[in-house]
Structure formats: C-alpha cells, structure tokens
Design a protein around this ligand. Sequence first.
Ligand SMILES: [Zn+2]
Length: 106
Amino acid sequence: MSLREELLAQEYDERTKPRGFVYFTDADGQVVAKTCRKCGELKHAKNYHHKSDGFGQLGPYCKTCVSDRDREYYDKNRERLKRVKYAYYRRKRAEQLSLNLFDDNE
Ligand SMILES: [Zn+2]
C-alpha cells in the first residue's frame, strides 16, 4: 500500500495545489504529509525538518533531499575547503616559526 492509499484509508483530507503539489491534513488542519519540492515524492511529515514559517511548519525539502544537498555542497567545494584549511595551517606554522626565531635571538 502506498503512503497515499494509507493516508486516504485513515481518512485524512487530500488536497492538491498547482504543479503536482499534494498534501494531506488531519481534522485539525494539521499537515500530516506533503510532496517534497525537490524529489516530488509524497512523504510523511516526520520526513521533513521543522520550519516555523514553512508550509505546514515543515521545510520544503524532505530530509533525504536536504542531506543529499549538503553532501553535494561539500563535494563541490571540497578543493576550496581544503585550500582554506591548508592556508590557515601555513599561516599558523609561519607564525610559530617566526616566534621561535625571535626566542632564539634573545
Ligand atoms: Zn525529497
């Protein structure tokens, strides 16, 4: 049974919005499931991070898409992040050496 069938069986209200966006609400109007803006899959509210100003107080992307995006960001910026770290290391190292040099001259 798909999540949609399950939600319908539990008598949640199915609502649709333009561009294939679907969501389900309970009797209190609370969003119990909605379509992820990225992968387009209908997912239960527990698969979304909380976002107070989001639709149904949920983030627009499911947790899977959020972690995929974070990993992609890291992969894309891996070289740059490495360079930043290395530059910091070099600067600290140079500082350390110049201090030692100064100590030796005393
Ligand atoms: Zn998703």
